[in-house]
Design a protein around this ligand. Structure first.
Ligand code: PHE
Length: 337
């Protein structure tokens, strides 16, 4: 009787244990066979009904049977644990995370953004003009006469007899004044081109920001105040600067603004040619002839203009000594900003 039951249970158990796929199924099996009211303990209960003669043998058979099932169960259990562990081991939790490099704006864009921010704060709007410009806007309207030697100040890329790659952003002044009546208060950033030998100090293409303010009673003192305020906001409050007389055909009087050399702090070195000063921009009061050329009443209006090179401004701020690095896209340079 008992032995037959053992056979049947053994058959079922062997069948079921083979189809176990996960811990849940294995636990169901455990409950069915090994728990307090499970099939195996119920066999032991039957032992009570055996005669005292049969008992030792049946007891031995039952014990062996139970051990056998328990071993099979333990085997499957440890196989499932192995699978679980190897899956876990595939994940190396000590590996460093994946770091993605976040790009940044080019240093020239960052510099221009800062220049725009400062001048917008002083009431300037932002305008742009084309890089391909008429000879008239680039030179003539700006008071460079056809045979004026000042045309040689800037080596020009001529595209045709009448068109040039603009050599400065000053022609955008002309375009703006032709479009808009005073008051005008704007900055005009953009690319400019010069037919110069490429070196650490000059490149055939660079960027400028032009500034123009026209209204009644605009004075040179306002020009100085505005540029001083810009330079201090851009370079820091302790900046030293000076205005030096200069010449441009489209401004009169004209000046250049210098700041203390960033390398030698004014003592004199190779970069500043021993002067202790570095030029950062050209400026002046708009020449009455220019007002004439755009149809502004030069008896009624005065104005100032200025122009600065963005590369130069950035080189002085960050201590960059070769203009070519702005255009080489060397990651080692770019990632520093
Ligand atoms: N256009 C001049 C240059 O490129 C700079 C300048 C602009 C000077 C406006 C005076 C007024 O050198």
């Amino acid at each position: 009787m008992l032995q037959e039951k053992i056979k049947l249970i053994n058959k079922d158990f062997s069948f079921e244990i083979k189809s176990i796929k996960d811990a849940k199924q294995l636990d169901d099996l455990r409950v069915k066979y090994f728990s307090k009211n499970g099939l195996v303990p119920s066999l032991f209960a039957l032992l009570k009904e055996a005669t005292s003669k049969e008992k030792p043998l049946l007891g031995k058979i039952l014990n062996e049977f139970r051990t056998d099932l328990q071993n099979q169960f333990d085997n499957v259990n440890s196989q499932l644990n192995d699978i679980k562990n190897t899956n876990l081991n595939k994940l190396d939790l000590t590996l460093p995370g994946v770091i993605s490099n976040i790009g940044s704006k080019h240093i020239l864009t960052q510099t221009l953004d800062e220049i725009k921010f400062i001048f917008k704060g002083m009431g300037f709007s932002v305008h742009e003009g084309p890089e391909l410009e008429s000879d008239y806007n680039n030179f003539e309207a700006l008071n460079f006469a056809q045979d004026h030697p000042a045309r040689d100040m800037q080596d020009t890329f001529f595209v045709s007899d009448d068109f040039v790659l603009r050599t400065h952003t000053s022609p955008v002044q002309i375009r703006l004044m032709k479009k808009q009546k005073p008051p005008v208060r704007a900055i005009m950033p953009g690319r400019v081109y010069r037919n110069e030998a490429v070196s650490s100090r000059s490149y055939c293409m660079f960027h400028q920001v032009e500034g123009l303010y026209v209204d009644t009673d605009v004075t040179f003192a306002e020009l100085k105040g505005t540029l001083a305020s810009f330079a201090k906001q851009f370079y820091g409050d302790d900046l030293k600067f000076r205005f030096r007389p200069s010449f441009f055909p489209f401004t009169e009087p004209s000046a250049e603004m210098d700041i203390t050399c960033f390398i030698c702090k004014g003592d004199g070195c190779k970069i500043c040619k021993q002067s202790g000063w570095l030029e950062i921009l050209g400026c002046g009061m708009v020449d009455p002839n220019v007002f004439d050329n755009v149809g502004y009443d030069n008896e009624k209006y005065t104005g100032y203009a200025f122009g600065m090179g963005i590369e130069r401004i950035a080189m002085l701020k960050f201590g960059i000594t070769d203009i070519r690095v702005f255009f080489e896209n060397d990651y080692r340079f770019l990632k520093q900003f």
